[in-house]
Design a protein around this ligand. Structure first.
Ligand code: NAP
Length: 321
């Protein structure tokens, strides 16, 4: 309260699009006048109420924010996202209006790369299947059987950015040969770049998607790419469900024309295509790439720092633009 006027200072209104890491959300709610969009009985009425004052939106990587919602907030100037992928944010709309967009890069790289390797090993060595085998008491009746090896295999990575490179570095420890595909050559990169994803998949035994989602990469892992990977091939996706032709993936896994898959991300999460549940050659994981206590805390810290910096008129820490 201002002692001279008795006025209570107005807390900055913040529109929160989706539930966040609980401690981050609690800190946000302590500092600002947070409006939970997903809890609103009448979301349109909430937007009308916030339109004259709301300058800041906080969202999650999967939830993002569409152009219609941004258009309903004429004073919007900052969208701060909890996550590195910004494919769910209408970036064209934000750019045209000069809205600052921030994300949470770097702090999640190592955990997501670890998960890619975990899915790769789980798929190749059939770890979930072996776990079920032991739990169901089948071990006493028969041996589990042999599996392929990761040793001396060829790993192709689509998208050699922060996470892709961290995956490539881990792959070296497993004595694999790594190549990659991305739209732009990287002159200083030690790994060989293929000019197109089909060519990379044709060379590879294992293909890992680590590129961004969004319109530019939609279906980049096409039926042709998966066919080139072949009946012994394994596909790992820690990028986004949209980067793979999912009906083709299910079809090829069902018919044995693709060996296996380890998937952290899907179309239509969390209500994924139920045909996946009947496939024995796929490891399913519920979009948990960055979901460790320490990484989620670091991501939350970045979101809070970005919002605070922007409100103070300072440069944001991790701008997308
Ligand atoms: P990043 O550093 O921006 O790397 C993305 C890489 O993809 C860049 O090297 C980029 O090439 C490349 N790329 C862009 N367009 C491409 C295309 N059409 N085909 C192939 N490669 C393309 O981002 P990051 O931090 O590594 O994150 C990558 C993605 O991982 C995120 O966007 C997100 O979707 C996903 N992710 C998933 C989880 C999870 O929980 N599963 C967690 C975090 C992130 P240039 O270098 O030439 O620009």
């Amino acid at each position: 309260m201002d002692p001279s006027t008795g006025a209570v200072p107005r807390r900055e209104p913040v529109l929160l699009m989706a539930a966040l890491h609980a401690p981050t959300q609690a800190s946000l709610e302590e500092r600002y006048d947070v409006h939970r969009f997903w809890c609103a009985e009448d979301p349109s009425a909430l937007l009308v109420r916030l339109a004259p004052s709301c300058r800041v939106v906080v969202t999650g990587g999967s939830r993002g924010i569409d152009a219609t919602t941004m258009a309903a907030l004429p004073r919007l100037q900052l969208v701060s996202s909890f996550g590195v992928g910004v494919d769910a944010i209408d970036l064209n709309h934000a750019r045209q209006r000069g809205i600052v967009v921030t994300n949470t890069p770097d702090v999640l790289t190592e955990d997501v790369a670890d998960l890619a390797i975990a899915l790769l090993l789980a798929s190749i060595r059939r770890i979930p299947q072996a776990d079920r085998f032991v739990r169901e008491g089948r071990w006493a009746q028969a041996a589990f059987g042999l599996t392929p090896s990761l040793q001396r295999r060829r790993v192709g990575i689509i998208g050699l950015g922060r996470i892709g490179l961290a995956i490539a570095q881990r792959c070296a420890a497993f004595n694999t040969d790594v190549r990659w595909y991305g739209p732009r050559p990287k002159p200083d990169c030690a790994f060989y770049r293929h000019n197109d994803p089909v060519e990379l998949a044709d060379w590879a035994d294992i293909l890992i998607a680590a590129c961004p989602g969004g319109p530019d990469t939609r279906g980049i892992v096409s039926r042709g790419v998966l066919q080139a990977l072949g009946p012994q091939g394994v596909f790992v996706n820690i990028a986004r469900g949209s980067v793979v032709d999912e009906p083709a993936l299910i079809d090829l896994l069902s018919s044995g024309k693709l060996g296996g898959a380890g998937l952290d991300v899907f179309d239509n999460e969390p209500r994924i295509d139920p045909r996946f549940f009947g496939l024995d050659n796929v490891v399913l994981h519920p979009h948990q790439g960055s979901a460790t206590h320490s990484t989620r805390a670091a991501m939350g810290d970045l979101v809070l720092k970005n919002v605070a910096a922007w409100l103070a008129g300072d440069p944001v820490l991790t701008p997308v633009f």
